[in-house]
Design a protein around this ligand. Structure first.
Ligand code: SF4
Length: 64
């Protein structure tokens, strides 16, 4: 699984970084979240899907 963020939609509420900090980190300079892994480790896929489901503006794009 790969995941990316649509920066036109991200509103920077940091929820993804709370749900799965191993994959998402908040960038204080850019004021949005960023993905810090190339490929999501299998044991984190459920948390990434949860973060995507909870992302209010739908900015997290999961690619299976
Ligand atoms: S949960 Fe969505 S809107 Fe919030 S910081 Fe993460 S990508 Fe951006």
């Amino acid at each position: 699984m790969r995941v990316k963020i649509d920066y036109d939609l991200c509103m920077g509420d940091r929820n993804c970084a709370k749900v799965c900090p191993q994959v998402f980190q908040y960038d204080e300079d850019e004021i949005n979240a960023k993905v810090v892994v190339d490929v999501v480790p299998p044991d984190l896929e459920d948390l990434v899907r949860q973060a995507a489901d909870e992302c209010a503006p739908g900015a997290i794009i999961v690619e299976d």
